[in-house]
Design a binder for this molecule. Sequence first.
Ligand code: BGC
Length: 755
Amino acid sequence: MKKPLFVTLLFVVALMQLNAQDQKMNAFINALMAKMTVDEKVGQLNLITPGSDIPTGSVVSSNVEKKIAEGNVGGLFGVIGPDKVKQAQDIAVKQSRLKIPLLFGSDVIHGHKTIFPIPLGISCSWDTALIRYSASVAANEATADGLNWAFSPMVDIARDPRWGRVSEGSGEDPFLGSAIATAMVKGYQGKSLADKNTLLACVKHFALYGASEGGRDYNSVDMSKMKMFNEYLPPYKAAVDAGVATVMSSFNDVEGVPATGNKWLLTDLLRTKWGFKGMLVSDYTSIGEMVNHRQGDIAEVSIQAIKAGMDMDMVTEAYLGTLKKSLQQKKVAIADLDRACRLVLEAKYKLGLFDDPYRYIDAARAAKEVLSESNRTVARKIARESFVLLQSDYKTLPLKKSSSIALIGPLANDRSNMLGTWAVSGDPQKSVSVLEGMRNVGGNTLKIQYAKGANITDDPNLARQANVFGMRVEIDKRHPDEMLQEAVSLARQSDVVVAVVGEASEMSGEAASRSDITLPASEQKLLKALYATGKPVVVVIMSGRPLVLTGSIEGAAAVLQTWHAGIEAGNAIADVLLGDANPSGKLSMSFPYSVGQIPVYYSQKRTGRPIDPNNKFSTKYLDAPNEALFSFGHGLSYTNFVYSDFRLSSNQLSKQQSIQVEVTLTNSGKYDGAEVVQLYTLDKVRSVTPPEKELKGFQKIYLKAGESKKVSFTLTEEMLRFYNPSLQFVSEPGEFTVMVGGNSKDLLVRDIVLK
Ligand code: BGC
């Protein structure tokens, strides 16, 4: 299509303005760098934390104030709030020779003080507009509190739920993950970084961190380039394309070289091929950890990192201690140091810190806008949208507000686990428990009796590890049998049981891998006793990962997966249980049938011996199905959605001619509700073995009871491309299958030909 002349002109004018801005920035930074000593340049690369908040490694920094005054610090993290930030910024701009302002970072991961559901939960909303909005709310709060850099989004594709950090990402699929990565970056960074309520986003962990062997955190990673490009790299690339300002490297190695010092990854791919122009930061002590990776001593790994393209050194202070000498010894070129220093200064310039180093400190705005009622309302809405109804008998839920409910479980009257992992600035005591939420939403007619019923775990070792950041697992003084009996007797007196079980917040997250991801034994025992009462039992599961639920939920009338749902968890859960909202979440990560199946994900390949119950020598387990218990895309509703009139505008696709894919969605049930319509494709003959299904599009559609709507997608040739062994992004002519439906299993199917 030809662009009208005035559009082209507008584009040229915008480009000229951009160039002029860049030139102004370059001139400013050139002048500044001309004044800087080598020590001062190295100082800009130093990112440290005084450890006033949660350190995630064993090391925290010392003599922070002195280092700032001496120009040895480029940025801080873990310093939060108008007063503390001002205090530190004062030292930088009043006492250091060149008065260069500091960056202030933090792990703003799923909200700042208004804590949203954990990212894995948010991703199950499949609502990119809402996700983007949540990031803008987080940025608005964080910037009022003095911060200008969020270490988010975490976009690591993860297919092993033993890995605790699956909680921080968007699950198993590169297409959904990319859409969310884009939304988050745009939400944080807004229209301009210079605005007072936007901040630098930081996509992490580059790269492949989610594929650590055995799901054990910090473990090695090894995969083919084809798998990287097709399945693991797309969300990072999407963040770069969305203009992400900074990138954090990962702890793992990539093809045998630690990501933090991997030149192919950081420079050849990220900068040269993808065109990333921003700043790179290492993960917490990951430069120093290259010594453990057996890459050499601290001076050698620092050389390796800076030459690979790594700009900022988080916490190790390896650059600070070694780079000057390495320069003198000509082991590092001044050009490498200048590049890194320039990129740090550019980030500060783009934020407007050289105009006003205090621009992100706004106590008045913080008092008014942080954790405001309207932000809590957003948190409640996102939480409701993140819940996935895994199983339902279609008669127990929603609960009647006139019923009598036995609310049972170690997470039913709990605030300390609602926020989930990585809620650095969140206050658990400001969160709403399920018991409180049920009372708020249920009103006077609802009769609720509560009993704890069991401990989250009776295992003191697991409890101790879950309690590192505060009390999350409280082992009751009573004997477990006494607690169980109390719960069973309440259950017997009620119409229905709601059992709230799962993981404590710190049983997932960083350094929280588990080899057994079933519900803890104490909770399994509780559920069995509740089922035995014969009352309908609604199981509400809170967790930071897909758990293995086989054997624990068969007796349940309904199962609602709520993740760790954030500050409004209890209200949102009550909204859904009591029918004020209809669940609409769809899984972004499959729930395995058993741990032995892992990794299990929807986009697996067919193999040369596809599963065949009549063939012993087909690909299968003797003791478990091949399929997940609940697959990617799955999620039920109180209402019923029917797909019909699946039509394609043509069955021939070409580079010039796209196809319109159309389906009619009808809400044939009794409740208003939302459905995520999903589009998948299969390349039926390909030079390299294809996945059986790949997500290529989705739309979240709201329909009133009885309403119908035509939903359409445009399918283009480009959507059928993949990275071939030479890493060219190509499509191969031939037959494809196009599939549409409400999950990754039950799909309407049509074949097309790509010419
Ligand atoms: C984590 C990062 C985090 C950093 C700073 C590390 O341990 O891997 O995700 O941003 O700590 O807190």
